[in-house]
Design a protein around this ligand. Structure first.
Ligand code: C5P
Ligand code: C5P
Ligand code: ZN
Length: 480
């Protein structure tokens, strides 16, 4: 790909590089891919993981003035702020502009105009610039990998991390497998022996969780009468004659093929019998991704579990721990990552329970909740995702509010796929609605977020609902 080669060339020509990446699983894998490639080139670099790329961070980078900044899994949404930087971007978020915009004061006279223009050179690799959907086609770690493989053929060993990043961003959830450009990376990872993939149960925890727990915690799909009920999960397995324990609790990977088939076919029957329909039942099985070089039965073996381990670090300001694990640490950092993982799991369960307690407020086109300080702003989006996938068919998008440590209100939104297919785009809604109340936001059509001033929540919800209604009406008028 031409742009990947151009970016690679620009990186090769720089000596002093700053990598800025995002704190979630995709951001950590993207940053690790960039870092390992720079290490192999023998470059001087430092890496920083940020929650959100804002004008302040970009301002600091302009002051620091490194030869080159490499933004991974972020950057495109802030392109309009980047005049004066020499940078490359490998991202998949909706770009705010197709090229750098010079601010009005720089455009006033020719000398400041050319000065700013000369200092600014930004190359961007982003699926949106190829008319691809950045929520499913390729992730931030994927675009970063496309550049890494142009830098050095040895970087093909980083292909597994690109798959973990895509899974971390849930790019397999629509088609129950990776598609588009991700598929090209996947084949490359498989051909070189880094990833294996096949059809199996899509449950989280195939490698590490006792089977009854895996079923008890399943939210995609929700298992009627089983999800959320430990005793019911155990009973279900016992009634099928499946021993729960040998020397230790049996995991999905410990079961025989016959046992796995029996469980899946009984779950299909259960879902249909309870009236949840074929579509939900079809979500039981999908493609799963195995990191062939990782030890069996560990959270690093299955891409979904690996990604969760990384989120468990990054979303609690410890991205560096996950980064070290991606680069190969299986000692001190790995241990710390494992303990972050158990805390993360507890927080998610508590978060979901909290929302169930306070209840979602339903409006005509959307539903929302305000977690205040009860759910960490960095995981409130994951909680919203999990609740949405639990809800079954008649879903409305979920808007979640949480107090942010900077005094503002964090907004996360997750949309049902059907609405996106009808033309809804929450990256636009978040960007425009937040700007109208003095905040900022963006993201993807299906999953987006914003930061708004406290006290503006009600006004914001009204604006979001109107915009959503308009997008839906626009879609309907196009169809009719
Ligand atoms: O910032 P970033 O692009 O990495 O975040 C993407 C977010 O979108 C993730 O939290 C991911 O879980 C969410 N997502 C989702 N459903 C999809 C695709 C992405 O909830 N189908
Ligand atoms: O934090 P959360 O997982 O809900 O973020 C969902 C998506 O919205 C991510 O892609 C994130 O980068 C984006 N987002 C944004 N601006 C914000 C908050 C989130 O673009 N202020
Ligand atoms: Zn991403």
């Amino acid at each position: 790909m031409k742009i990947a080669r151009e970016i690679a060339l620009k990186i090769k020509n720089a000596e002093d590089i700053v990598v800025i990446s995002h704190i979630d699983a995709d951001g950590i894998t993207a940053g690790s891919i960039a870092a390992r490639s720079l290490e192999r080139l023998g470059k001087n670099f430092r890496i920083e993981f940020v929650k959100q790329l804002d004008a302040r961070i970009i301002g600091n980078l302009k002051d620091e003035n490194p030869q080159l900044v490499w933004f991974t899994d972020l950057g495109s949404g802030m392109l309009h702020e980047m005049y004066g930087l020499n940078a490359v971007i490998t991202d998949h978020h909706v770009p705010s502009a197709s090229q750098v915009v010079l601010p009005r004061e720089k455009r006033k006279n020719l000398s400041t105009f050319f000065d700013a223009l000369n200092k600014t050179e930004i190359l961007q690799l982003n699926p949106h610039l190829f008319n691809k959907d950045g929520a499913v086609d390729i992730s931030g770690s994927g675009t970063t990998y496309l550049v890494a493989r142009e830098l050095d053929r040895r970087n093909v060993d980083l292909s597994a991390l690109a798959i973990v990043g895509a899974i971390g961003d849930m790019q397999d959830t629509e088609y129950l497998k990776l598609v588009g450009t991700n598929r090209i990376l996947l084949r490359e990872a498989k051909e070189n022996g880094y990833i294996d993939y096949f059809m199996d149960a899509r449950f989280f925890g195939r490698e590490t969780r006792p089977v009854y727990k895996m079923l008890q915690y399943s939210t995609d799909p929700i298992l009627p009468t089983i999800t959320g009920d430990e005793k019911a999960a155990m009973r279900f397995l016992r009634e099928l004659g499946i021993p729960l324990k040998r020397e230790s609790w049996r995991r999905w990977i410990d079961l025989t093929i016959e046992e796995r088939k029996l469980i899946l076919s009984e779950l299909v029957k259960l879902i249909l019998r309870m009236g949840y329909g074929h579509e939900l039942a079809s979500r039981l099985i999908g493609e799963v991704y195995i990191l062939s070089h990782e030890e069996r039965g560990t959270p690093l073996r299955d891409a979904k579990e690996f990604a969760t381990l990384l989120n468990a670090c990054g979303r609690y300001r410890q991205a560096f721990i996950g980064y070290q694990v991606c680069l190969g640490d299986r000692d001190e950092y790995y241990k710390r990552a494992l303990s972050m993982l158990s805390r993360h799991r507890r927080n998610l369960v508590e978060g979901i329970n909290f929302v169930k307690e306070i209840g979602l407020i339903k409006r005509e086109y959307l539903q929302y909740f305000h977690a205040g300080s009860n759910i960490n702003e960095n995981i409130v989006g994951i909680v919203a995702s999990m609740i949405l996938s639990e809800e079954g068919k008649e879903q409305l998008p979920i808007i979640a509010f949480a107090n942010s440590e900077d005094g503002n209100i964090k907004v996360s939104v997750r949309s049902p796929r059907v609405l996106v297919n009808q033309g809804v785009d929450f990256s636009i809604i978040m960007k425009e609605a937040s700007a109208m109340v003095g905040g900022y936001g963006g993201g993807h059509n299906i999953a987006a977020g914003a930061s708004i001033p406290p006290g503006k929540e009600e006004e914001f919800i009204d604006i979001v609902e109107k915009m959503l209604q308009k997008q839906l009406e626009g879609a309907n008028s196009r169809i009719s």
